[in-house]
Structure formats: C-alpha cells, structure tokens
Design a protein around this ligand. Structure first.
Ligand SMILES: [Zn+2]
Length: 189
C-alpha cells in the first residue's frame, strides 16, 4: 500500500468581511501521513454575497478588489510581452558568444550571479544539472535580466539593450510597483 495522507482537523474561523455585513472564513486543514509527517493547507472563502462580487483573495495581501487584480494582471501581461523581443534580440545576436564565454567560467561564479541578479532559487546541484547544456539553459531558463548580467560580465554594453529595452521594461515595472503599492494600502485583512 502506498503512503496515505489523512485529514486530522479542519478549523474554520470567521472574520468580518470588508462591508461588515457578512463574513469570510479562514479554513485551516491539517493532515498527516503514514510516516507521521504533517502538512497544513489554508484557504480563504468569502461568504458575503456582495463582497464576493467585488473582492478576490491574494496571498501576502489579503482581500483585494477584483478590478485592481485585473489591472495588475494586465500590467504583468504587458511586461511579459515586452520581454519577448529583447530575449529574441539578445539570443539572436549573442547566444554563441555567451555559450563560449560561460563554457570557460566556473559554474559557481555563474550560479552566484544568477542567484543575485535573477533571484534564482534552485540549489547549485540543480543549477549544474540544468546547465549541462548551456545553450538549452539560456533559451529555456534565461530572461532579460539574466542575459544583461551575462553581457555585463562579458564587458558588452549594447545600446539597444540598455537604452531601448531596459528603459521600456523599467517603466512598465514602475507602473506595476505603483499598482502593487496601492493594492497593499487598500487590501483588507
Ligand atoms: Zn461583505
């Protein structure tokens, strides 16, 4: 028989909803398995009909307006679209140079940069495995910021990357930061 997880307890706590005419529930489910490991799952459920129409739950923020959430998602979409052309541009122009350059650098050095600049969170062992093929890694896991970091390491400053792409992307990210700040101020917890 395989390992089985069982629900040990379900705890429901009620809190006032934003309009105060109803409530939302925080549902905590605790589980354990055959090896006595435990796990916990937390869900938020809006039980007020009018707040249900207006609000959605977002981790780390709380209940936020669906309209704000939509604004945020649209902005994230804009950023993702905007990141496509620089990726193509940099790979098209510098891929072989980057592969050659990285081929001669210790993985630990590259890993450290990748971690600091791209907020890469995997372990060095995983990084080594993924970078078995440098070319595949650059194509599949590389992003604009990672590429910029490698170009800088190579001593290349490409005016199109720095002046055109980076400025545009930074502007979009500033707008996203403003949206997040306003969401954080208004969030209901
Ligand atoms: Zn309500």
């Amino acid at each position: 028989m395989g390992n089985e997880w069982r629900v040990d307890s379900i705890d429901r706590k009620r809190f006032n909803c934003p309009c105060k005419n109803g409530y939302y529930e925080k549902v905590t489910t605790t589980m354990s398995d055959d090896y006595l490991r435990t796990d916990e799952e937390i869900k938020y459920s809006m039980e007020c009909e009018s707040c249900k129409i207006l609000y959605t739950y977002r981790s780390f923020y709380g209940w936020i307006l669906k309209s704000d959430n939509q604004k945020l998602e649209q902005q994230e979409q804009l950023i993702n679209n905007e990141l496509k052309s620089p990726k193509e541009y940099i790979l098209g122009k510098y891929k072989d140079q980057m592969v050659n350059f990285l081929n001669n650098k210790p993985r630990t050095q590259w890993y450290k940069k990748w971690r600091d600049v791209c907020h890469y969170t995997n372990t060095i062992q995983t990084f080594r495995k993924y970078t078995n093929s440098i070319e595949d890694f650059l194509i599949n896991y590389g992003n604009f910021y990672g590429y910029r970091c490698i170009l800088e390491w190579m001593g290349i400053e490409d005016p199109i990357v720095e002046e055109e792409y980076k400025i545009k992307i930074d502007e979009l990210r500033d707008v996203k930061r403003d949206i997040l700040n306003s969401i954080e101020k208004k969030a209901f917890r």
